[in-house]
Design a binder for this molecule. Sequence first.
Ligand SMILES: Nc1ncnc2c1ncn2[C@@H]1O[C@H](COP(=O)(O)OP(=O)(O)OP(=O)(O)O)[C@@H](O)[C@H]1O
Ligand SMILES: [Mg+2]
Length: 265
Amino acid sequence: MNAMPSFHAPDLDGAGAPAQLAVENLTLRYATHAALVTATENVSFSVRRGERFVLLGPSGCGKSSLLKSIGGFIAPASGRILVNGREVTGPGPDRMMVFQEFDQLMPWKTVLGNVMFPLVETRKFARRDEAEAHALATIAKVGLAKFAHSFPHELSGGMKQRAAIARALAMEPEALLMDEPFAALDALTRRTMQQELLKLWEELRFTLMFVTHSIEEAVRLAQRIILLSPHPGRIRDEFRTGADEAPAALERRIESLLFTDGGGI
Ligand SMILES: Nc1ncnc2c1ncn2[C@@H]1O[C@H](COP(=O)(O)OP(=O)(O)OP(=O)(O)O)[C@@H](O)[C@H]1O
Ligand SMILES: [Mg+2]
């Protein structure tokens, strides 16, 4: 027998605050030449404005698919996604994505050129000099002020990711969607980038939807974590980080759940 769908009220989060983002009974499928692959099945959750929300799950459980679907790049097989009550039907500047790959910047444009691109495309500012001032301020926020006129090939991996974050944040999106953006960095840089992301969030209070398969990273960054089961991804559990539980204890709790239940990470 099928489990009951885990349906949340579409416009309320667990705390009763209006949800900015609601994912309702979302099933995602890919049609390949060989088969129909179900990436996620009947996933429901909602995210509050300004929340730091992490999707945690093992490789292949559909985390990237979910995020791309929220980004408007993959249409649901069933279910729907709402942003401020409006159904997502395609990509939009209200949902900016940062990917894992270091090559997400346009190599023929400088850091400033990359950050300016969506600002100009969407005519976010009436005047180009206003757009440029805003782009430069955002570049400074991610610590790249001295590299605004550098090209991507002149930057380290961490710096490229900072530039990608600046490009996304400069658009002042409703939600920043991050798909394992620090996974390819060395451990020390990864840690620094996590701290910097938290600092940026403290200042700008954007809604963060972050995907990772690292329990440590999830606990460090999230206010709330949803754990997905292995392929196809279904919601398995939900955790809140908070003052009443040490991060290491929460990490152990998630680990032991995975260890006793199986599924891995
Ligand atoms: N373009 C595609 N065409 C066909 N199947 C796909 C496609 N993209 C993903 N899949 C399949 O959907 C499932 C979920 O993939 P997805 O990339 O969303 O997982 P993930 O949780 O992000 O994994 P990882 O942690 O390895 O990045 C996998 O079984 C994968 O093979
Ligand atoms: Mg992925």
